[in-house]
Design a protein around this ligand. Sequence first.
Ligand SMILES: *Cc1c(COP(=O)(O)O)cnc(C)c1O
Length: 365
Amino acid sequence: MIPIARPQVGEEEKALVWSAMESGQLAQGARVREFEEQFADFVGAPHAVAVSSGTTALHLALLGLDIGPGDEVITVAFTFTATASPILHVGATPVFIDIEPRTYTMDVDQLKAAITPRTKAIIPVSLYGLPADMTAITALAERHGIPVIEDACQAHGADRDGRRSGNWGIGAFSFYPTKNMTTGEGGIITTDDQQLADRTRLLREHGMRERYRPEILGYNFRMTDVHASIGLGQLPKLPDANARRRAIAARYDEALARVVTPFVPAGVTHVYHQYTLRVGKASEFGSRLEARGVGSNVYYPVPVHRQAPFRALGLADTALPVTERMVEEILSIPVHPALSDSDVDTVIDAVNDVARELGPPPSDS
Ligand SMILES: *Cc1c(COP(=O)(O)O)cnc(C)c1O
């Protein structure tokens, strides 16, 4: 079976992890600082604050902005649950809006309509490696004085209109093993806001600047030096790994027929965290691919507003017709850099065979 994801760590990561372990400095220390500097440089952001996961990066960004009960945070439901769970953790109210059918990212017209005086943050998701329309979203948010937190957990190294994901104000990244780069578990906040960087550093570390003297109620959301060492080995390889993803995607774009391949707007460098097709009946398509030895997956089969914690708040009836339609029709196929050229050929043949069997893709495309 050709897997949908296969994390790659090499000798560089092993050597760095080993030296961190030999140094005796295992928890957050110099390696984390070095990783923060290198990642901030890579993104072009002045500050980066490393944390324990992408989820805690989003959580800390909201806490850092002092968002809580009574505040509304606008986001999408067509994403992983962790985009929205931190909104509940801080006691704020999620407001789910729909996506654009071609990019699967936040619909800017809907955003305009959803902003109220209680809107305290906007979390667009740069999904599958394609940046949301950050140019339009940040321009609109600026006019209203609302901060934007880009969920860039799937967009390491992606660019839009000459700016990198994570460099639009506030970005949150994940380094979970299946992402475009990993630290095992880990995350990072990138920002141009010195005050937010200071406050998130404080919150990350029990609210303490000085040991045992907390200034505010904090958390332990730290990254360890062992995990940062994996990241220091991974980051220099990210450009080549992303280039390989793009090369595989280009082959798929050219060779796949009778399915809707990913749309890439002008000015976008897509980093293909996923290569996602619209195929009509996604689950049937997926089982037929599996029978041909090709792994695939639906990201994500239940939109966030209908998941239990959000359903319990009465959000399941939010009208999101594009989201509801896409969860039935989309299917991601393997695009990770561990694929060989012959794996890519196998995927192409399998997708084309199944598409021939199951008939044409959705008609409005
Ligand atoms: C992976 C991911 C997260 C959460 O990251 P973790 O490191 O797993 O906590 C959040 N949002 C999106 C869109 C993701 O893909």
